[in-house]
Design a binder for this molecule. Structure first.
Ligand code: FES
Length: 111
């Protein structure tokens, strides 16, 4: 796993990312959908598994990300696509320690 530092602290992350919001995060040319639910941050692949829309350009309600193109719903925590209309979204762990908040990415991007 590769560890990408997103914020200096959890407090800084919570000050920066509003509750129940999603954002586009670009790392090495790849996009991720970063969102906050309560005091927790989550990251899923930004590319919709249905037809490739950017999920972070959609809406979030009650922990569900709605794709902007065909309105399929994805659970931000688990990546599950509700209704099984297309594959689930890949999730990426976010970890916190005393030095910061990190996105954990596989060393091989296809993993
Ligand atoms: S591209 Fe996302 S639901 Fe169709």
């Amino acid at each position: 796993m590769e560890k990408i530092k997103l914020f200096e602290s959890k407090d800084k992350a919570l000050q920066t990312i509003e509750d129940n919001s999603i954002h586009t995060l670009r790392i090495d040319g790849k996009a991720y959908c970063l969102g906050r639910i309560g005091t927790e941050l989550f990251a899923i692949d930004d590319t919709c598994t249905h037809d490739g829309a950017s999920l972070s350009q959609g809406e979030i309600r009650n922990g569900l990300v709605e794709c902007p193109w065909h309105h399929y719903l994805f659970n931000l925590k688990t990546g599950e696509q509700l209704g099984g209309k297309c594959p689930n979204a890949k999730t990426f762990p976010i970890t916190v320690d005393e030095e910061g908040v990190y996105l954990q990415l596989p060393l091989n991007p296809t993993d």
